[in-house]
Design a protein around this ligand. Structure first.
Ligand SMILES: [Zn+2]
Length: 365
């Protein structure tokens, strides 16, 4: 990874129209997707837990790429330059990371922050080592800080090489040849890593996933919420409500769902995947009903999620003979509610938090 002459250059480039997929591969991989990595901290600058940062950088790849597993540990028994440099111990097929003044047998190039050395044969990576240029002031931070280099994002970049990714020149990516504000693998970077390690399994990720969380299977009639979430790889275009196979209306979409974003980070804008709509279920007759949400994504893919509801039979009989009494500012008593030829008294209490009347008691008269 190189330091750019001007930070502005990378920003201007990132504004151009970009192709959808552009990752570049080195055409070599770790055979079983397993990498053991040792950090030699002998020449490391003090002040930070570099091991922890390297471990997190490894997790930024392997926690999101099925079939890839990078194990990071500390050991000063080996050095990345073993076997590369005259007079150094022989190469021991150990993958190591260290801060160094040189790239083993060569010098660091101008503005070169770090380098990854890979030994591969017939598409199989046998050994890979990373050296960080010790002449820079290494630090850990997000954003930009004058005169210091963020170890974490350089580690993410070099680990990208180590698992088989080449530089990406077109798309905005951690694998871009120069450092920028990007400090983690982007969608394109991850697509590249998955193309190497995850096999065809990833392509069977469903294009749309959605769930109706509310109402639950049974409910009483009245105004209540329809609530849930929907994610689509291509981004959700619109949601529609259907009741008993009949289109009712469009559903507002875009509520914050950090919980869903954690589970579906690779689906576009999954942070804003919530939907919610107040609906008067009282319009429906009693008995079983089918509520369905049709999700359409930006590529025209569709998915219908359904829920069978049983609307409680409060309206089964005509509300003849109902008498109500206000018992207090928050309490109403209703007598004469008939359900299946039984007559009941209902106490309703105002629930300020939910802003609705809730059933306090339901007793036979
Ligand atoms: Zn690079």
């Amino acid at each position: 990874m190189r330091r750019p002459a001007f930070w502005l250059i990378t920003w201007l480039l990132s504004l151009q129209a970009l192709p959808a997929v552009a990752y570049q591969l080195l055409d070599a991989k770790w055979q079983d997707g397993k990498v053991q990595l040792l950090l030699n901290t002998n020449a490391a600058p003090s002040g930070h837990n570099w091991l922890n940062a390297l471990d997190m950088a490894a997790a930024s790849w392997d926690s999101r790429v099925e079939g890839l597993n990078i194990d990071v540990a500390a050991s000063s028994a080996h050095h990345p330059c073993d076997g590369y440099r005259k007079g150094s111990p022989a190469r021991a097929r150990v993958n190591t990371v260290a801060f160094s003044d040189h790239v083993c047998s060569a010098e660091f190039g101008r503005n070169t922050l770090a380098a990854t050395l890979i030994i591969a044969k017939e598409g199989r990576i046998r050994e890979a080592d990373i050296v960080f240029n010790r002449r820079y002031r290494w630090d850990l931070y997000s954003g930009y800080r004058y005169g210091r280099v963020d170890f974490y994002r350089v580690a993410v970049h070099e680990l990208g090489h180590l698992i088989g990714l080449d530089h990406e020149h077109k798309l905005s990516a951690i694998m871009a040849p120069t450092i920028s504000r990007i400090d983690r693998p982007t969608r394109d970077d991850l697509a590249g890593a998955r193309a190497i390690y995850s096999g065809p399994k990833q392509s069977t990720l469903p294009s749309i996933v959605a769930k109706i969380e509310q109402p639950t299977t049974s409910m009483s009639s009245g105004v209540s919420k329809l609530r849930g979430w929907a994610v689509a790889k291509a981004g959700v275009a619109k949601l529609s409500l259907y009741i008993n196979q009949k289109f009712i209306r469009k559903i507002p979409y875009g509520g914050w769902r950090q919980d869903i974003a954690k589970i579906y980070p690779d689906y576009q804008n999954s942070r804003r995947s919530g939907f919610s709509l107040a609906y008067n279920w009282g319009k429906l007759g009693p008995g079983p009903q089918e509520v369905a949400v049709l999700v359409e994504d930006r590529q025209g893919n569709k998915k219908m999620v359904r829920k069978q509801l049983h609307v409680a039979a409060l309206r089964e009989s005509a509300p003849v003979g109902l008498t109500s009494r206000v018992l207090g500012p928050n309490l109403i008593q209703v007598d004469g509610v008939r359900v299946a030829s039984q007559v009941y008294r209902v106490l309703l209490r105002w629930q300020a938090k939910q802003r609705r009347w809730g059933m306090e008691r339901f007793e036979r008269l």
